[in-house]
Design a binder for this molecule. Structure first.
Ligand SMILES: Nc1ncnc2c1ncn2[C@@H]1O[C@H](COP(=O)(O)OP(=O)(O)OP(=O)(O)O)[C@@H](O)[C@H]1O
Length: 699
């Protein structure tokens, strides 16, 4: 740290001398900047800054010792990052191509801090994304990325580096400590025990000045808990816990005050002292921050305007005819030179940039001609995730369970909803028993039960991923876990509620009705309802993953589900279904659930009270009596298919078995019914996993 301060001061003095010598030809502003170099030097040595720096230094050292298990300071073997002729093109509508980066080349060396600077839209973030192999949807890229003479595949690059992205996204319900512990569990390259991980997290909390908020919930963008600076420091802590040799940071100082910006860059500088290669984009650095850079890459209109030592940039712009005027800070000056001014035309701006780019190209030509050395080819068969699939599954489901519990107000609302619906339906079928008159009502009761298992649970299940989706993308890109582990762990943890609510719903209905109380009936009724609710959430989650967002999923879902419901045997008997719609009936889990519930209650009944024989006739009008409140869509579909056949039950039966076969069901199908419902759950799970994995991998 001391050496860096010293070199900064030398750099600063040189920069002042250069500034004094230079003329003010190319710059309009000649007013002294608010942040004069002398003030910065004074700020730099203020007791408060010194104290924080000392704290950071000691914490950093302790953290590294705890990880390496060595008493002395451990320097990493350096990684020299070279990128050559990086091009990025987006293909827009009607095949229009937009060049974002045009043959961008540069070098970042170990032990050095490299700043990528440029005006907004210059391509800084895109360059970092290409170097780290992330967020390249819709972007075509070319060029070479070489580390220590070997060309890198993006998978290898991810193992060697960490990337602190501009937006800090976290699971809002977790505390700072829990967030770090989760990351440490899944990212640490070595398998460490709980005690060692806790120690690392403790060290990181001190190192990043997060100790005082370690038990504060991270919060989301809508409900803030941590300050922006704390969120930024947490993002750093999550990335550097793997001790990567190369660290990329996109706008690490955005949203921070000048003191905190200085501290963040200072912390990065300290990491370079350990041999790390650090590359960060930075928008408008204060002079104190700028002076900490070793190397500078200036981007303008997707071109490299300058790439080289930071201390030589003044001389370069002087050579181009834009020397830095007296009292104007160097970053302010060259940012002005490479930015589009309001009073100039597009062609004037482009001409200026082309001249600077050409000047830089000439400067670099000799360097490039020397660098055509032979390189090793990339290795792609590298182990992708540090932890096993089971370990990933365990930690994600644990985190999801914590989230579920902390969001228990949502669970409470769902409980109230379940209670209200079950009391309403229980009231409708109050004292329902099995006799001649109530046979149509039983069909209505079975229909409403099955329908409720879908209405209550399918839509809420669709929301399961989307709140956390940006976090999941970020964590996947950081090689923390596979999408399959996430999907299955998240949906499994979320499904706990779908074991409880259907039981509450079923018990209330069973208490309020007067259906026969026997173990066979009750156990099958409960089992079918639980399986149906699990199937509903599998369907909801799967549609959500397939459609990619909630609103599309909610629109598409009824198109697929309504036919299955209509041909489920409640509204039309199997025999009456037109042959071209029969496939819907074959795959309708509604039908199998209805069959299982019917068998559960009628198999044991020898004689249906009130049914004396083959002449008994009961007309059921589901429209007006039993399911009158159901959606008009369903009813109209039912009416438009063979209404007379579907709405009437004309039993020629007096026994339970006869009633079962009257519905085109078979007593021996009970096991098949369960198998089909379980297969439906598995089918939707697999489809959901595939869709989710595809979606995440595309990012
Ligand atoms: N995936 C993409 N699809 C289409 N255009 C893109 C994509 N990514 C980046 N761009 C475009 O590329 C240009 C450069 O974007 P980039 O985010 O790299 O700029 P930047 O220099 O980081 O800007 P800022 O400082 O504002 O973050 C912009 O015009 C942007 O709209």
């Amino acid at each position: 740290m001391m050496s860096s301060s010293k070199s900064e001061k030398e750099h600063l003095l040189k920069s002042n001398t250069r500034s004094e010598k230079s003329s003010s030809l190319a710059v309009e502003a000649t007013q002294p900047s608010l942040y004069t170099p002398v003030q910065i030097m004074e700020d730099d040595v203020s007791p408060e800054v010194e104290k924080v720096e000392e704290e950071l230094k000691h914490s950093s050292e302790r953290f590294r010792h705890s990880k390496s298990g060595e008493s002395g300071s451990k320097k990493q073997s350096g990684k020299k990052l070279t990128f050559r002729n990086i091009e990025a093109v987006t293909v827009k509508k009607k095949g229009k191509r937009q060049e974002i980066l045009k043959r961008v080349s540069g070098v970042a060396r170990p032990g050095e801090l490299t700043f990528i600077m440029g005006s907004s839209g210059a391509g800084k973030t895109t360059l970092l994304n290409i170097l780290t192999g992330r967020n390249l949807k819709n972007i075509e890229t070319h060029g070479e990325i070489i580390v220590n003479g070997r060309e890198m595949h993006s998978v290898e690059m991810k193992k060697l580096s960490a990337y602190v992205q501009q937006d800090d996204v976290f699971i809002g319900m977790l505390t700072v400590r829990e967030t770090l512990l989760f990351a440490a569990n899944l990212r640490s390259p070595l398998k460490l025990d709980d005690e060692e991980l806790t120690k690392i997290v403790d060290e990181l909390l001190v190192m990043m000045s997060l100790k005082k908020c370690e038990n504060t919930k991270v919060g989301s963008l809508s409900e803030k808990s941590l300050s922006r600076g704390e969120r930024k420091r947490l993002a750093f802590a999550c990335e550097i816990l793997t001790d990567p040799p190369i660290l990329f940071c996109d706008e690490p100082t955005s949203g921070l005050d000048s003191f905190m910006s200085h501290q963040v860059i200072k912390a990065l500088r300290q990491l370079t002292n350990e041999g790390k290669t650090i590359v960060c984009t930075i928008h408008q650095p204060s002079t104190s921050v700028y002076l900490m850079a070793d190397q500078l890459i200036l981007l303008s209109q997707g071109h490299v305007a300058y790439a080289g030592p930071a201390k030589e940039v003044d001389a370069f712009f002087g050579r181009c005819g834009y020397p830095c005027p007296k009292f104007v800070s160097a970053p302010d000056h060259f940012m002005r030179v490479i930015s589009h001014k309001s009073h100039e035309t597009e062609s004037e701006y482009t001409t200026r940039i082309e001249r600077i780019v050409e000047e830089h190209r000439e400067l670099k030509q000799s360097e490039n001609s020397q660098s055509s050395s032979r390189r090793e080819q990339p290795q792609v068969n590298v182990n992708f995730f540090p932890r096993t699939w089971i370990c990933q599954f365990y930690h994600i489901s644990h985190r999801s369970a914590i989230q579920l519990w902390r969001e228990r107000s949502v669970l409470f609302v769902k409980l109230i909803q379940t209670l209200i619906m079950s009391l309403m339906i229980g009231g409708t079928y109050f004292r329902l028993t099995i006799n001649r008159e109530s046979l149509p009502s039983f069909k209505g009761f079975a229909f409403v039960t099955v329908q409720m298992m879908h209405m209550l649970f399918m839509m809420p299940a669709m929301t399961v991923f989307w709140k956390d989706y940006p976090v999941v993308v970020r964590e996947y890109q950081s090689n923390m876990y596979s999408p399959t582990a996430y999907y299955l762990a998240k949906t499994t943890a979320d499904s706990i509620q779908y074991l409880i609510f259907p039981v509450i719903f079923s018990i209330i209905l069973l208490v309020m009705t007067s259906l026969p109380v026997h173990f066979f009936g009750i156990s099958h009724y409960l089992a079918v309802n639980i399986l149906l609710s699990l199937n509903s959430c599998s369907v909801g989650q799967s549609f959500s993953a397939i459609c990619g967002n909630l609103s599309t999923g909610m629109t598409v879902l009824p198109i697929a589900i309504v036919p299955l419901m209509v041909f489920g045997g409640f509204l039309i008997t199997y025999d009456a279904i037109p042959f071209y719609f029969l496939p819907f009936a074959w795959v309708s889990w509604y039908k199998y659930a209805f069959e299982a519930i019917t068998i559960a209650y009628f198999r044991e009944i020898d004689t249906i009270p009130g049914c004396t024989g083959s002449n008994s006739t009961v007309i059921a009008n589901l429209n007006s009596t039993t399911v009158g409140y159901l959606s008009s869509t369903v009813i109209s579909i039912a009416n438009s298919t063979s209404a007379s056949k579907s709405m009437s039950i004309e039993p020629t039966c007096s026994t339970g078995a006869a009633f079962i076969s009257e519905q085109s069901f078979d007593v021996s199908n009970l096991l098949l019914d369960y198998i089909v419902i379980v297969l439906a759950i598995l089918f939707w799970k697999v489809l959901g996993v595939l869709a989710f994995t595809w979606r995440i991998r595309r990012t």
